[in-house]
Design a binder for this molecule. Structure first.
Ligand SMILES: Cc1ncc(C[n+]2csc(CCOP(=O)(O)OP(=O)(O)O)c2C)c(N)n1
Ligand SMILES: [Mg+2]
Length: 338
């Protein structure tokens, strides 16, 4: 009798070594870029950092299922992992951080974290949290009306589910079976407000009330997120409607570089979550499954670090936009005069 083969998790998902290493690299690039941002902030070279650290598995695992430039993404401010998976670079992030003219998001006018790219179909977020969800439902409706097979990924934190916009988008998407995936990254805090004071019941379970599936997933396990997001994206692409994914994760840094989180959470709590940090966790998986050896790991890490250093030097030396640019697109030009 033939022995039962035990397949590894990635084999069961039909993911080859090359794809696993791409996923790993996206996660690592997002992390190393973010770490660089904090250094620039502490050196007084960058005014404000809002961090993806701890949430890379949720972001990369979901975004890896999209077709960049074909599908649409509505990320929120922490989603460096999503936009870098879709094709934005460390250089793009650091140009934006330092408000330089070449910043692809807004030419240095927007706060960092307001990602956008026409080429990659990444739509910029507005400052009020949660407003991206109805916009994403609208784009999904457009795909449906045009009979195109595009899918929309809309992402936000758990506090954005407390606003009306989120519920309106969920209902509208449910009514019209729209090709949209709602990704909620539940990272336990909304600035200083802990989850029990923000979320009643279960976020994932709310989808049932809107008539489509809701799944809670370990957001620090990139393969688990990839798997549920793949199912959700395929379902949307087949025209079967939306899915809600609640990725349970943790914000490893303060809310932003302006936040002192010692005032509302214990250091021990962060240390406990550090043990579940999605990047070392995936790295261990790759080492244990023979996808990566230590030499390979160091090589990738070295390449990513060099890329981030080059990006940082480039962004630091890049010029600011001309001052007049600040007014462009803000006031209508009447009779050739502002
Ligand atoms: C409508 C609205 N209310 C309040 C704020 C201020 N604000 C900015 S981020 C944030 C916390 C959001 O928490 P969450 O959605 O959990 O995302 P996280 O920052 O934890 O990733 C708040 C309250 C805002 N931007 N918009
Ligand atoms: Mg949160």
């Amino acid at each position: 009798m033939a022995m039962k083969q035990t397949r590894s998790r990635h084999e069961a998902l039909a993911l080859g070594a090359e794809e696993l290493l791409k996923i790993y690299r996206h996660m690592l690039s997002a992390r190393r870029t973010d770490e660089r941002m904090w250094i620039l902030n502490r050196q007084g070279k960058a005014a404000f950092v809002v961090s993806c650290q701890g949430q890379e598995a949720a972001q990369v695992g979901a975004a890896y299922n999209l077709r960049p430039g074909h599908d649409y993404a509505y990320p929120y401010y922490r989603d460096a992992g999503i936009v870098m998976t879709l094709g934005m670079t460390a250089r793009d992030q650091l140009l934006s951080l330092m408000g330089k003219g070449e910043d692809p998001n807004s030419g240095g006018r927007q706060m960092p974290g307001h990602f956008s790219s026409r080429e990659l179909n990444i739509v910029t977020a507005s400052a009020p949290i949660g407003v991206q969800f109805p916009q994403a439902a609208g784009t999904a409706l457009a795909f449906k009306m045009r009979k195109e097979d595009g899918v929309v990924l809309a992402s936000g934190g758990e506090a954005s589910t407390s606003g009306g916009d989120w519920h309106e988008a969920m209902n509208f998407a449910g009514v019209h079976d729209l090709p949209v995936v709602f990704l909620v990254q539940n990272n336990v805090y909304s600035i200083s407000t802990p989850e029990p004071l923000q979320v009643a019941g279960s976020i994932a379970a709310r989808a049932e009330g809107y008539g489509f599936p809701g799944v809670a997933v370990d957001g620090n396990d990139v393969l688990a997120v990839y798997e549920v997001a793949r199912g959700a994206v395929e379902r949307a692409r087949r025209g079967e409607g939306p899915t809600l994914i609640e990725a349970k994760t943790y914000r490893l840094t303060g809310h932003s570089s302006d936040d002192d989180d010692r005032r509302y959470r214990e250091r021990e709590e962060i240390e406990e979550w550090r043990l579940k940090d999605p990047i070392p966790r995936f790295e261990r998986y790759l080492l244990e499954n023979g996808v990566l050896d230590e030499e390979g790991r160091d090589e990738i890490d070295g390449k990513v670090k060099a890329e981030v250093k080059e990006a940082s030097d480039y962004a630091e030396n890049a010029p600011f936009a001309e001052s007049g640019f600040a007014l462009e697109g803000v006031y209508a030009v009447v009779g050739g005069k502002r």
